[in-house]
Design a protein around this ligand. Structure first.
Ligand SMILES: [Zn+2]
Ligand SMILES: [Zn+2]
Length: 342
């Protein structure tokens, strides 16, 4: 079968491989029906993910149909429509038992698909630990509605959740990219008063049009709003921008004793100016998603409470993968996310 793979530093492209086969009895083989491209795929191609294996099939965001399951798979059968989780996790180790599945101690634990083992930019994928790595999609949820459940939406839900977002909290989300939008949507569902800060004027316009129930503002406006809150800043700040100065903005616009959650990936180390923040008593949380609440987000989608489909701005056939990557990397034509059909 034809796959889209990481061929060498700086290079990705089509590559012919054997159709994946079961290796373990907890595996499933999934026929991919829709996939996407993530900024992390670009990071791999640019050589900034040291653990990425040369030759690996890219892609860690997809939905599909279960084709085959091993004897050890308890919750799935062939024919089930599923969202694939970006993370592989055993469900049994110390970290998994605490819900910290990103740090699962299995050799493939954490982000393996499309990085260390073959991913979903292919017609078929082998998913280890299928019971935890796949979530059944309710009948009334379409592939497009479920496309982001396993990665960016999982991240959004996790970030709002570990920020201990509650009803009436003022939550500032920095960065109106796809992940920031997912953080804002999930904080909104949790009853927060959300302010989404986006510096690009055209992207801000897109967000106001497509997510009118989220208050999207410029950085200047976000600063004015947060500093005028009676408690002196936002109750929760989720930093999903990863810009030059956005970490500084995050803690400065937080009120005393706020939770500041850093979801963003930075190119460079960041400064934690402890003398300047002394007395503000902030709580920082950082990291990569623990993607184990996908059933919950699928339920919210099925209930009509959560809709990420406006993020899909462009759709390509799998044969047009080069074009899809080119557009996604260029950020031209207002692209937010692409969907790849098979
Ligand atoms: Zn991703
Ligand atoms: Zn584990």
């Amino acid at each position: 079968m034809l796959t889209y793979s990481y061929l060498a530093a700086g290079k990705a492209g089509f590559c012919e491989k054997e159709k994946p086969r079961m290796i373990d009895d907890k595996d499933a083989i999934v026929r991919v029906t829709l996939s996407s491209i993530c900024t992390s795929d670009l990071h791999i191609i640019h050589g900034s993910v040291p653990r990425a294996v040369t030759g690996v099939t890219l892609g860690h965001e997809a939905v599909g149909v279960v084709e085959q399951v091993g004897k050890g798979v308890k919750t799935l059968s062939p024919g089930d429509r599923v969202a694939v989780n970006v993370e592989t996790f055993c469900g049994e180790c110390y970290f998994c038992r605490h819900g910290w599945v990103n740090n699962c101690t299995d050799k493939n634990g954490g982000w393996a698909l499309g990085c260390r083992i073959d991913g979903m930019q292919a017609p078929f994928v082998r998913v280890p630990y299928a019971d935890t790595g796949l979530s059944k999609i309710p009948d009334n949820v379409t592939d497009r509605q479920a496309l982001f459940v396993g990665d960016i939406l999982a991240t959004g839900y996790w970030a709002a959740d570990i920020s201990e977002t509650g009803r009436g909290d003022n939550v500032l989300v920095l960065g109106g990219g796809p992940t920031g939008v997912c953080c804002a949507l999930c904080a909104d569902i949790m009853g927060a008063n959300v302010i989404l800060c986006e510096k690009s004027g055209s992207r801000g316009e897109f967000l106001r049009k497509n997510f009118p129930y989220i208050r999207t503002v410029s950085p200047k406006e976000a600063e004015r709003i947060c500093l005028s809150f009676p408690r002196g800043g936002a109750d929760r700040v989720i930093e999903a921008a990863g810009g030059e100065d956005t970490f500084q903005t995050a803690w400065k616009l937080a009120r005393p004793n706020a939770i500041v959650t850093v979801v963003a990936m930075y190119d460079k180390p960041q400064v934690l100016p402890l003398p300047d923040m002394y007395g503000k008593n902030l709580i920082f949380k950082t990291g990569g998603v623990d993607g184990c609440k996908c059933d919950k987000t699928l339920e919210l989608i099925a209930q009509g409470k959560l809709d990420t489909t406006p993020l899909i701005t462009h759709t390509f056939a799998f044969a047009q993968m080069d074009k899809a990557y080119e557009l996604f990397a260029s950020r031209n034509d207002g692209v937010m996310k692409v969907a790849i059909t098979y």
